[in-house]
Design a protein around this ligand. Structure first.
Ligand code: IMP
Ligand code: MG
Length: 173
């Protein structure tokens, strides 16, 4: 495996996730369900739900699975739902969470799917936002880190299924 240049270490990530949870707790009142987009969001969601608990929230947790990259580092533009949208989102406030907002296609497609399944309100968040890469008009409601156009890995985020296990976020050298 190639070496990875660290962008955000474990401490910075923990600090930003804590801040994000505090912000979310100030905006979303009452019951909600965190819906993570698999696979990339699993580490972020695991941290976020515990930070939300410390911020006084008691969210339920669910996941949906989307696929658009395969082995590539560019979105195919064809964002496919693998499996089903959880029916329990009907009438619920949802906080949709992804690892990276890049073209914006995945989060905006997932948001539309949840709305079509009857979600009352869909908030969106991403661990890493890359606004300069957008192909659709989409802005996540909450983000931890904003970066340029570089391809990031670690903290659940992969390149061709590698690097998800890293505790930090970085770029492959
Ligand atoms: P989008 O649909 O183009 O916004 O891309 C979102 C999905 O592509 C994310 O869920 C990631 O899985 C993947 N992705 C986008 N940018 C990166 C990156 O820099 N590193 C790894 N995966 C990425
Ligand atoms: Mg993903």
């Amino acid at each position: 495996m190639a070496s990875v240049i660290k962008l955000f270490d474990e401490r910075e990530i923990a600090h930003r996730v804590e801040e994000l949870a505090t912000r979310i707790a100030g905006v979303i009142h009452g019951e909600f369900v965190v819906v993570g987009i698999l696979k990339g969001s699993f580490v972020f969601v695991a941290d976020l739900i515990r930070a939300l608990d410390r911020a006084g929230c008691a969210p339920r947790v669910d996941f949906i699975r989307l696929s658009s990259y395969g082995q590539a580092t560019e979105s195919s533009g064809d964002v496919r739902l693998i499996g089903e949208v959880p029916s329990a989102v009907a009438g619920q406030v949802v906080l949709l969470a992804d690892d990276v907002a890049d073209t914006g296609l995945s989060l905006s497609r997932a948001k539309a799917l949840l709305e079509a399944a009857g979600a009352a309100k869909v908030w969106t968040c991403a661990a890493v936002d890359k606004p300069s890469r957008r192909r659709v008009d989409f802005t996540p409601d909450f983000v931890c880190f904003t970066v340029g156009a570089q391809f990031v890995v670690g903290y659940g985020i992969d390149r061709a299924e590698r690097y998800r296990h890293l505790s930090y976020i970085g770029v492959v050298d």
